[in-house]
Design a protein around this ligand. Structure first.
Ligand code: GLN
Length: 202
């Protein structure tokens, strides 16, 4: 299985390094054609407005949405979470509307832009995971079909899963802890796709 990292903007290299360290075949994805060559995709952290604008500019939005709706595993970190969301509580950007969550950008403030929190993640075993939050989005609403994988001590969700879609508000690729990358690599295509979930029926 080859995991692609969407390489239009953001911390692409860090994800490629983490995947390689986890023994996973990985490749940067810059074009619609390169999307066809991977079995799963990571959308990295960076600037969600820029990533979405570049997806449009490079003519990748249609095919990407189609593949993800068809159940191709995808993981969005930070900006990538915003790209996948059903709803962004901000005037910009218009997200892909695939993962049934509503997010608020830069929700933890611009001044105190970064923080760390140790997260209990049942899927990853008993050792807490060091979450690095950099101008992170907050998950303000979680749809019925969405599992909360990790939350802050006050209960706010910071990692969610819906079928073959994973999103984290923090940056596992910056920690050297490969458990989230390994977890994502166990995802298989969701034969049900996202049709019937997400925005549908609302
Ligand atoms: N604040 C950025 C955005 O809104 C996300 C920051 C990040 O990916 N670290 O897109």
């Amino acid at each position: 299985m080859a995991v692609g990292v969407l390489a239009l903007q953001g911390d692409v290299r860090e994800h490629l390094h983490a995947l390689a360290a986890a023994g996973q075949c990985a490749a940067p994805v810059r074009t619609a054609a390169q999307l066809e060559a991977v079995d799963a995709l990571i959308i990295p952290g960076g600037e969600s407005t820029t990533i979405i604008n570049l997806l449009h500019a490079f003519g990748m939005t249609g095919r990407l949405t189609e593949l993800l709706r068809g159940g191709m595993p995808v993981w969005g970190t930070c900006a990538g979470m915003i790209v996948l969301a059903a709803e962004v509580l901000d005037p910009r950007p218009a997200p892909l509307r695939l993962l049934d969550i509503a997010v608020r950008r830069n929700a933890y403030g611009r001044q105190v832009a970064s923080f760390e929190a140790y997260l209990e993640v049942e899927e990853l075993g008993p050792t807490p995971f060091r979450g690095i939050f950099i101008r992170a989005p907050a998950v303000e609403r979680v749809g019925r079909g969405v599992q909360v994988v990790a939350a802050l001590p006050d209960g706010r969700p910071v990692a969610v899963r819906q079928g073959s879609m994973l999103a984290t508000a923090f940056h596992p690729e910056l920690t050297g802890d490969l458990r989230f990358h390994r977890y994502f690599c166990t995802f298989r295509p969701d034969s049900a796709g996202t049709d019937g979930g997400g925005e549908d029926g609302r």
